[in-house]
Design a protein. Structure first.
Length: 340
């Protein structure tokens, strides 16, 4: 069953689905999966006329990838017969379906490979417009702690349609050019789990049941975590998208993370959406702090997190975003990354 067919079933429901109907939908999705799409810091020079968006200030307020993009939300399907007729597949069904696929995902290969697009916001003080300087980042990590990081600049784009005319008049500048490069990282590679630096061995030892995993994540939270003012559950939800998108957790641990999130309050479904690269998935709104909600797009077929977006409090129209192109095991050696 395709994502379109699954969403069509959901929109035909006049009432929220029962547990039995959700289970049936999940079984049908699992029995007819479509071919999953290919999943997959260097200091930047900022010329005087370019102003970065104030990453340090936002990092003190929220956690997650310090990446900024436009204030637009992922595109949802046309309403068709009006919003009252649309009943998107529930967040619980999306997460439990992703969990079942995550549990059987392959975990063999020499390198854990993550390929992502990062977009940093810049403001042109002379031209009075915003733009996004984009870069492609590839990371390869081996089980023994060795790792490599590659970069490729992708130029810049106007942040919003309103910024486009001034951006074009200025010659479509790139505020922070990045030359293609591949570097071998120094030291032992660690992965951020609730802002705690974990080695590959520690990540592999994370519990594979939802309750035990939640407790382990709570214990991992540093005392000075930026979201420590929230409840423990909110802080854990704040960590889960990173765990699922970029950390080489074993398949059963990733499945447990999805199942854990399915039981937590503050997670709602947006229905089927399309990301910036045209990939279809299901959008979830995840409240991670009283005034902060993440938008996470998941492809349940592959269990891949396609993107994460965070709306920053008191910063109208600006969000943090990561777009994930690949996150899997591979035998292909490190190289300067390129768009698939």
């Amino acid at each position: 069953m395709t994502l379109d067919e699954l969403e069509m079933i959901a929109t035909m429901l006049d009432e929220p689905p029962t547990a039995e109907s959700e289970a049936a939908v999940r079984r049908r999705l699992l029995s007819g999966t479509s071919e999953p799409e290919p999943p997959k810091r260097r200091a930047q020079r900022r010329p005087i006329l370019w102003s970065g968006f104030g990453l340090a200030a936002t990092a003190a307020a929220v956690t997650g990838a310090v990446v900024l993009s436009s204030g637009t939300t992922p595109r949802a399907p046309d309403a068709g017969h009006g919003p009252e007729a649309v009943q998107p597949m529930s967040a619980k069904t999306v997460l439990l379906t992703a969990a079942e696929h995550a549990e059987t995902a392959p975990a063999t290969g020499q390198y854990w490979h993550v390929l992502r697009i990062q977009s940093n916001a810049f403001y042109n003080e002379r031209g009075d417009y915003w733009m996004l300087g984009q870069q492609l980042i590839g990371q390869w990590s081996q089980r023994d702690g060795r790792s490599w990081t590659g970069f490729r600049g992708l130029g810049a784009v106007p942040m919003t349609p309103k910024d486009a005319p001034a951006f074009k008049r200025a010659g479509s500048p790139d505020p922070a050019p990045i030359s293609p490069a591949l570097m071998k990282d120094t030291g032992t590679k660690t992965f951020s789990v609730c802002d705690a630096a974990m080695t590959f061995k520690q990540v592999q030892a994370l519990p594979a049941t939802p309750g035990a995993l939640k407790n382990a994540l709570k214990r991992a939270i540093p005392r000075k975590h930026p979201t420590a003012g929230g409840t423990a559950d909110e802080v854990v939800k704040n960590c889960v998208s990173d765990l699922l998108s970029s950390v080489p957790a074993p398949p059963k641990v990733r499945a447990a993370a999805y199942r854990m999130l399915a039981t937590m309050p503050g997670v709602t479904s947006m229905g089927q959406v399309t990301d910036e690269r045209g990939r279809k998935g299901f959008g979830l709104r995840v409240r991670v702090m009283p005034e902060v909600t993440d938008t996470v797009i998941i492809d349940p077929d592959s269990s891949l997190v396609l993107s994460t977006t965070r709306t920053l409090p008191n910063v109208p129209g600006k969000v943090q975003k990561e777009l994930y192109l690949q996150a899997d095991w591979t035998n292909s050696p490190p190289s300067i990354p390129s768009l698939p």
